[in-house]
Structure formats: structure tokens, C-alpha cells
Write a new protein. Structure first.
Length: 143
């Protein structure tokens, strides 16, 4: 309970309530980079592709929404970072999940680590407070 009270007092703009990785990030840069790098698949309004829960003929799921209707907020910050940097299959394989066909490419060659964190901060900033607090609980505490 104490953690929730502390979390609720943090600033949404800095991303502080989602975990220290999102502290003091550039929200405006994240929004611009999202439009440039992510919106073509995940939608200009973070809505994802149609039928995102239904795999295609190759077993690959369409790009999910990043708004509160999707599952992005179900994951911890580090997985979201790794998924973006390495790509879906490589990020999951690093966590011992194999055989998952992901359409998410890695952006580690196109974006800096700071750019990725800025994008994640932007995505997170669009979620309602309740969803932000739930997602914050999925991250290890900052020491």
C-alpha cells in the first residue's frame, strides 16, 4: 500500500510512476519518434492493427494496440525496452520463451536506447492513471 501512495504522488510527464527507467525522459521526443517509427504498424492513435489477436497464415499476430485496450501495459519496462530494441522473438528468447512468431522487428540499429525509453514514456503517458499504476507494479523497485 505504501508503494501505491508514493507512486500516485509522482509526475506523469516524467514517467516516474512507471519505474525509474522512465524518469526524466523527453516526452515530446517520444511522441515524434513514435509517429516516425511506430505509428505505421501500431496506429497514429496507438490503436494497433485490426484483428490484432488473430494470427496470420504464418502464425504472426498483427501489431497490437499500445493504448489501454492492448496488452503493452501488462509488461514490465525492461521487457518493453528489450522487445523494442531486439525485436519480439529475440527478446522473448532471451527470457526463455521460444517458438513465438513475432512480427516486431528490432529497432536497436535505428534508435538509441534513450530514444526507445522516450517512446515508451510517450506510450505510457497516454494510459489512464489506474493503468499506469497497475503497470508500475510490474517493475522492480528503484533502489
Amino acid at each position: 500500500m505504501k508503494r501505491i501512495l508514493i507512486i500516485a504522488a509522482c509526475s506523469v510527464a516524467t514517467g516516474a510512476i512507471a519505474g525509474h527507467e522512465l524518469d526524466d525522459r523527453d516526452l515530446a521526443n517520444g511522441r515524434v519518434l513514435y509517429v516516425e517509427q511506430c505509428a505505421s504498424c501500431h496506429g497514429a492513435n496507438l490503436e494497433g492493427q485490426p484483428d490484432w489477436r488473430t494470427p496470420d497464415e504464418n502464425g504472426v499476430l498483427p501489431a497490437p494496440p499500445h493504448d489501454e485496450t492492448g496488452h503493452t501495459w501488462h509488461h514490465d519496462n525492461q521487457l518493453l525496452f528489450e522487445y523494442t530494441r531486439l525485436g519480439g522473438e529475440e527478446a522473448l528468447a532471451a527470457r526463455g520463451v521460444t517458438g513465438f512468431a513475432s512480427g516486431m522487428p528490432g529497432f536497436g540499429d535505428a534508435l538509441t536506447d534513450d530514444d526507445i525509453w522516450d517512446i515508451l514514456t510517450y506510450i505510457r503517458s497516454t494510459w489512464p492513471d489506474r493503468v499506469q499504476q497497475i503497470q508500475a507494479g510490474r517493475n522492480p523497485p528503484h533502489n
